[in-house]
Ligand binder design. Structure first.
Ligand code: FAD
Length: 348
């Protein structure tokens, strides 16, 4: 029996989930990661949908809870002058900082015998026939500056939330607040690029003032920012046009299928795509399928599996990001009880 090692480029949620799964089913793997752990990343840190069940299969649920992950059960939405009631989520979401999450996943991968090389930025040869290589390098940037969005994240202390997840919508974008470990609150959002990230860094209180419901401003302004957690990412756009992968590269996570952050489902999709790929990669590893078949099968399964979620989430994102549709945004927030549960299901 031929045994071929799998090389995973990128050690974020999808790359680490794939590495862990491969090690669990006896497939040798190597992960090359450009950065190190632990580190803060721009993310709402709100894991919802199928991803939570996958945590059990990957042996991550208990370590996440031990680290202090918080289960979120309720949501409340706001525009600057309207608000929804507090509503139950269809199923609980798990909130844990990426600072802790990625490090726990990396430790689990290593404990299962996986090889992890840090500070290794690999070339992105997406169109070569590099057999045995899986790209898990995250979303591709939008290079059109006029349509690109800015993502930001930081933690604050001493803030009480009105629901486990607060979502605030403005003509500039949206911002979500949820509690993570050690009683901190994650503040994460997307905004149309106005000024530079440096402005938001310096004037974050003023920036939030413009992006929150008036009744919530004071509490957030009085919270204490954890300065080491502040991070930004630019060049975001949704939908992302997925590059062709038929020429031989397997792409998982955001690189394969990227959903707008509004849904809080990106990390789940990253894990799901990893789990879907693992069994096919095992067949390749054992020599019972060739690389081209593996690429083709993973691509087809992924398109089918995520289609509905992307079809629902992308127009919703545009509707909520539109500067002109403020009245509609307000109406959507006020009528949330009538549609939030079906919408939640359709985007998961
Ligand atoms: C503003 C914002 C808020 C979000 N909020 C949420 C949320 O609340 N809930 C949710 O589920 N999802 C959320 N997401 C989406 C979520 O962060 C992603 O879906 C998820 O991180 C995708 O995982 P990934 O493994 O594909 O990519 P990543 O987690 O980004 O990992 C990619 C990894 O590849 C590495 N890398 C890149 N290039 C190379 C290279 N050439 N060589 C080696 N390594 C490389 C990077 O260093 C990185 O570690 C949010 C996204 C944004 C932008």
């Amino acid at each position: 029996m031929k045994c071929r090692k799998i090389h995973i480029i990128g050690g974020g949620v999808s790359g680490l989930a794939l590495g862990i799964k491969l090690q669990q089913i006896g497939v040798d793997s190597l992960i090359s990661e450009a950065g190190t752990y632990p580190r803060h990343r721009v993310c709402g840190e709100f894991l919802s949908g199928k991803g939570i069940q996958l945590l059990h299969l990957l042996g991550l649920y208990d370590p996440f809870m031990t680290e202090g992950a918080v289960l979120a059960h309720t949501i409340k939405c706001y525009t600057s002058e309207s608000e929804s009631p507090i509503l139950p989520l269809n199923e609980p979401a798990l909130c844990l900082s990426r600072y802790s999450m990625d490090e726990i996943m990396a430790s689990r991968y290593r404990a299962l015998g996986g090889e992890l090389k840090l500070k290794q930025r690999c070339p992105m040869r997406l169109h070569t026939r590099e057999t045995g290589t899986v790209f898990a390098t995250g979303r591709l940037p939008n290079l059109k500056r006029e349509t690109a969005l800015l993502g930001y994240k930081w933690h604050v202390e001493n803030l009480t939330l009105e629901a486990d997840l607060e979502m605030h919508f403005t003509p500039l974008g949206y911002v979500g607040l949820c509690r993570v470990e050690h009683n901190k609150v994650n503040i994460c959002g997307l905004t149309k690029v106005k000024g530079t990230s440096m402005n938001i860094k310096k004037e974050w209180r003023h920036f939030l003032n413009q992006n929150l419901h008036h009744r919530r401003r004071e509490a957030v302004m009085n919270s204490e920012i954890v300065t080491t957690s502040v991070c930004f990412t630019s060049g975001l756009s949704y939908p992302i046009t997925t590059p062709r992968i038929a020429d031989g590269a397997i792409q998982i996570g955001d690189l394969g299928a990227c959903i707008p952050p509004l849904t809080g489902n990106g990390m789940s999709m990253a894990m799901e795509s990893a789990m879907m790929s693992a069994q096919i990669l095992k067949s390749y590893h054992e020599g019972s399928t060739n690389w081209q078949n593996a690429v083709f099968t993973i691509q087809r399964q992924s398109q089918k599996h995520f289609r509905r979620r992307l079809i629902c989430a992308n127009p919703m994102h545009h509707l909520l990001m539109s500067s002109r549709l403020h009245g509609l945004r307000r109406w959507l927030v006020e009528h949330l009880p009538y549609y939030h549960q079906p919408l939640f299901s359709l985007t998961r």
